[in-house]
Design a protein around this ligand. Structure first.
Ligand code: PHE
Length: 357
């Protein structure tokens, strides 16, 4: 009987050594130590053996069982360690990767970016930001800005009137503002001088082509104080032009006409694509059309007649002076970034928008 036990033990030890994974090892264990296996059966039945064999068989079987249990335990540890190594190798985690996928962030639209950039320049110069309604009255949009009753902008072909109105000269008739200038009046009604504000906002005109959309954006400026001169206007706009278009820029003022400024000027910035209309390659500059100058805005000294409408609030034309300017935000953005067609700004094509992220 002890021979048979030695045989089982040798066979089992081989099988344990040959097991290649924990699952296979468990099968070996069941085969040799399980409830139906030969060795445990032998042990259970030791009592039935002849007395002479009992002690030797029981001892040998017990030793064999203990030895096999120990061998299985040892092999199980080896296999478990090897399997863990394999798993770690397979599931290797790169801790230098980002934890979660980085979400794709959006960004502000080019017009909003440009508006804020311009605001920042003027905030740096001590201006505040003011706003006003887009649906205006004839009074604020035209009358209080000294527009003559014959001014062509008042016609229905040039201005969107909101309610059907028989009388476009009724000061309370409603329209979509054609410029941000009415907020000059509203701001002066609310605040006595001195006043230094910029006014961003949407404006509306019945135009539609490569350089005009029916809705666009303006940035108005108004400074009223004592001893304000055209030189202050020029210096302010020079600072603005250099902040937006580069340190080398110059500005020049050309005489113009606006109903609400006197004198009125158009303001040009020196071209940032050439010198004097000629590019570095010696060709005529396409951006300024060989002029060397690019028009960027309209401006002037606040007309005393305009102060007349807010005189009650401390704007005595004998005591205060002011300058005002108004620029198209789209125009500034297009010039600065070389956008060839205004309509690109409103098409919402991501291939365009993403360039300003
Ligand atoms: N409101 C004028 C326009 O829309 C611009 C302007 C503003 C001119 C302020 C002078 C002073 O064309």
């Amino acid at each position: 009987m002890t021979d048979r036990i030695a045989e089982i033990r040798a066979e089992a030890e081989q099988a344990i050594a040959a097991a290649t994974d924990t699952h296979g090892l468990e099968e070996v264990r069941i085969q040799y130590l399980g409830r139906k296996a030969e060795l445990p059966n032998l042990l259970r039945n030791v009592a039935e053996l002849p007395a002479a064999e009992r002690a030797a068989t029981g001892k040998a079987a017990n030793e064999a069982r203990k030895a096999l249990e120990a061998a299985i335990e040892q092999r199980a540890e080896q296999l478990a360690a090897a399997e863990l190594d394999q798993r770690l190798e397979r599931d290797r985690v790169d801790i230098t990767l980002d934890g979660d996928p980085v979400p794709q962030l959006g960004h502000l639209h080019l017009i909003t970016q440009t508006q804020r950039e311009i605001e920042d320049v003027f905030i740096g110069l001590g201006f505040n930001v003011a706003e006003g309604p887009e649906v205006e009255t004839v009074y604020y949009n035209f009358d209080a800005l000294n527009f003559d009753s014959t001014h062509p902008s008042r016609l229905m072909t040039d201005t969107f009137y909101v309610q059907p109105t028989d009388d476009i000269f009724d000061p309370s008739a409603r329209l979509l503002r054609v410029h941000t200038s009415p907020v000059q009046i509203r701001a002066m009604e609310q605040q006595p001088p001195p006043i230094y504000i910029v006014i961003p906002g949407r404006v509306y005109r019945p135009d539609n082509d490569a350089t005009h959309t029916p809705q666009f954006h303006q940035m108005e400026g108004l400074a009223v104080d004592t001893d304000i001169t055209l030189g202050d206007l020029q210096g302010t706009l020079l600072t603005f032009a250099r902040a937006i278009f580069g340190d080398e820029r110059q500005v020049r003022l050309r005489p113009h006409f606006f109903p609400f400024t006197e004198p009125s000027v158009e303001v040009d910035v020196s071209c940032f694509n050439c010198v004097g209309g000629v590019t570095a390659e010696g060709e005529r500059c396409g951006l300024c059309k060989g002029e060397g100058w690019i028009e960027i805005l309209g401006a002037g000294m606040v007309d005393p007649n305009v102060f007349g409408y807010v005189r009650r609030n401390g704007y005595d034309p004998e005591r205060v002076q002011g300058f005002a300017f108004g620029m198209g935000i789209e125009r500034i953005a297009m010039l600065k970034h070389g956008v060839p067609d205004l309509r690109l700004i409103y098409d919402n094509d991501v291939r365009f928008l993403e360039q300003f992220g």
